[in-house]
Design a protein around this ligand. Structure first.
Ligand code: WT7
Length: 639
């Protein structure tokens, strides 16, 4: 570990032992006022604990068994139950007062606004579900969705699921190759996209990227395009349709039966980066996932019926799937979806939204907090943020400085901060405070009731307090991924092979537990890099670099950054005889292939890369070089 990185982690781990207690008011009114009671219940019988939670939802038919572990690690939850997450997210609300409640408030970057009740959302979802059906989409098919943050994105996800198909949402910040690869892996015949997205006053040309990706990937027969930016785009006769045209056809009827699914039927695929090679399609299912995400949102963010809730993530990542789309809708919540960037046109855009819509709960990422903190206190202080009751963070460890700023300037020292640790693979929160939990800045505190996390040594023994170790999950949980789409061996290898004997899930993270049993996440132990909380694999970025004809080999590393957490540095070997492209050209190339989030902050051309005798790149040596530090022990270096 480099020195600044070490220091940053030490700051988080050691520097702070201050404890922040929630107000008696918060505790008294919390959905779960006493964590120890529910934790004791869950510890006594975790299967029964989750079964009780499942009873808060509606099922077409009940389960025969809560957990089937006979084919572990291929676990099944709520065996033989019949359900559809859309039934719980929409259909059941139509029979209650929530029918006319606002489900979604949307604000575009340019100030456009849409509000949609549950009643209206249902109509739009039914209409688009019928459109998808007319294109031949049926149970088990995959629909790829590549859009900006617009309400139609949520509608497309729910419509897909309503008819028993699965969505694969590709984040709108990804580019051609990333999209093509994901379409190909999912073999999607239908792609839903937008003409463009507004970002910081500019237009991101999503349709152009989509057209290129479709050309590369094959499989796609129909592309539906939502008009958002209104600029000219290329439409291919017989393949391309405008969303609005289709939605006004008679086939887009506003009634559509929700498909009855098995609890274990696939719900969606979401691609995420792992140690090697291509991104993995993490697969989630209807039954367990809906129980996990709705319980955790209700308990952790303490959602009340009249709350206005804002998860400021992008629906294209798991945070958005679970906590913008599914969990809030299941709880019948009113949510805000915002299209733009936090600091456009001014650094108070977010604070303006909080005030304007009377947001009670705000959930975001450390990188956004650090980014906004830079502009000083005066921007948030210009706004009335008194509606906020609980605030949260996710994605990477939060440094105490950012935590305290968030607590003091945004939360006015009265809003507890829910620092939620979880992963694409876990589906929902795993280590997290509840509103009643005494907080230590930088710690996610303890496992959610019914979750069995521990920090262990390589041989599986639990670590001593404050000893670094592997973060593992010792028992299955309902929101867990069920497999890697199309690659069950990779599922077993990636998550269940490190502690095979014990049958534990390895998270890929290292962590410590302190003397109070509080968890402190240190970071990834594999080749995953977190840039602004976005999860990227070194292999994907390297392969984007070597797809440039002048580069034959590349290695990328993470270098600590005050705002983004990490930035990427790349080292490239030119192709023999070729003149290497300029740094700017290579950056542009990565932007075009992978997307802006994957662009290295620095690219260096080198003659060789430090490798072990077995050919593994020694990233530690590159990191030392990038940081201008001594390289340390080189005895395993090949030459
Ligand atoms: C990795 C998972 C789950 C939503 C967003 C990330 C890191 C996540 C925290 C946190 C410290 C965190 C871990 C984890 N991480 N939340 N509260 N404190 N680290 O999902 O993209 O699948 O990334 O993000 O390293 O393994 P993801």
């Amino acid at each position: 570990m480099s020195e600044p990185e070490q220091k940053r982690i030490e700051d988080i781990l050691k520097g702070e032992r201050e404890v922040f207690k929630p107000s008696p008011e918060i505790v008294k009114n919390a959905n779960i006022p006493d964590r120890s009671v529910v934790t004791a219940e869950a510890e006594e019988d975790f299967v029964k604990f989750w079964e009780e939670r499942a009873k808060a939802l509606e099922w077409y038919e009940p389960w025969d068994k809560v957990l089937d572990d006979s084919e572990a690690p291929f676990f099944k939850w709520f065996v033989n139950a019949k359900t559809n997450i859309v039934h719980n997210a929409i259909d059941r609300h139509l029979k209650t007062h929530r029918r006319n409640k606002i489900a979604l408030i949307w604000e575009g970057e340019n100030g456009d606004q849409v509000t949609m009740s549950y009643f209206r959302l249902n109509r739009e979802v039914c209409k688009f579900a019928n459109v998808l059906k007319s294109m031949g989409v049926k149970r088990g098919d995959r629909v790829t969705i590549y859009m900006g943050r617009v309400p139609e994105l949520v509608i497309a996800m729910l419509a897909t699921v309503k008819i028993g198909a699965m969505h694969s949402v590709v984040y709108g910040g990804f580019s051609t190759e990333a999209l093509a690869e994901r379409i190909e892996d999912a073999r999607s015949r239908v792609l839903v996209t937008c003409d463009g997205a507004f970002l910081r006053g500019k237009v991101v040309n999503l349709k152009e990227i989509a057209n290129e990706a479709v050309g590369r990937a094959g499989y796609v027969e129909h592309v539906v395009t939502v008009k958002r930016t209104g600029h000219d785009v290329e439409m291919e006769e017989g393949r391309d349709y405008w969303y609005h045209d289709l939605m006004s056809l008679p086939i887009a009827s506003a009634t559509c039966e929700t498909e009855v699914m098995d609890a274990e039927d696939p719900l969606f695929i979401l691609y995420t980066s792992g140690t090697t090679g291509k991104p993995k399609g993490v697969l989630h299912t209807h039954g367990g996932y809906q129980v996990h995400v709705s319980t955790t949102l209700s308990w952790v963010f303490d959602i009340k019926d009249d709350d206005r809730y804002w998860c400021a993530a992008d629906p294209g990542w798991i945070t958005g799937h679970s906590y913008i789309v599914y969990a809030p809708l299941i709880l019948g919540t009113t949510s805000l979806l915002f299209e733009g960037a936090p600091n456009y046109p001014y650094p108070d855009r977010w604070w303006n939204l909080v005030e304007k819509y009377g947001i009670n709960i705000l959930y975001t990422a450390p990188t956004a907090i650090r980014g906004l903190m830079r502009f000083g206190d005066s921007w948030p202080e210009r706004h009335d943020l008194s509606s906020l009751r609980i605030i949260g963070t996710v994605g990477e460890p939060i440094n105490p400085e950012a935590w305290k700023w968030y607590h003091r300037v945004i939360g006015k020292e009265k809003c507890p901060i829910m620092d939620t640790w979880w992963q694409t693979e876990t589906g929902g929160f795993m280590i997290t405070p509840l509103p009643e939990t005494p907080l230590k800045p930088g710690s996610g505190t303890k496992p959610f009731p019914g979750v069995f996390a521990d920090v262990v040594r390589e041989n599986g023994e639990s670590c001593e307090p404050n000893e670094d170790g592997y973060l593992v999950l010792k028992k299955p949980w309902p929101g867990m991924l069920r497999t890697v789409y199309g690659d069950p061996d990779r599922y077993v290898e990636q998550y269940w092979s490190n502690f095979k004997e014990q049958g534990w899930y390895f998270t890929g993270d290292s962590a410590r537990k302190d003397e109070d049993g509080y968890f402190w996440i240190i970071g990834r132990m594999d080749d995953v890099i977190k840039v602004s909380g976005y999860r990227l694999g070194t292999a994907e970025i390297e392969s984007a670099l070597v797809s440039h004809p002048s580069i034959s080999e590349a290695a990328v590393i993470a270098v600590p950054d005050d705002v983004k957490g990490n930035v990427i540095h790349a080292f490239c070997i030119p192709t023999t005889g070729a003149n290497p492209a300029s740094e700017d050209e290579l950056k542009l190339h990565v932007r075009k292939e992978m997307g802006p989030i994957a662009v290295p902050a620095k690219i260096e051309i080198v003659d060789s890369l430090p490798k072990t005798r077995s050919g593994k790149i020694m990233r530690r040596v590159l990191r030392a070089k990038a940081m201008g530090e001594p390289v340390g022990d080189l005895s395993t270096l090949a030459d």
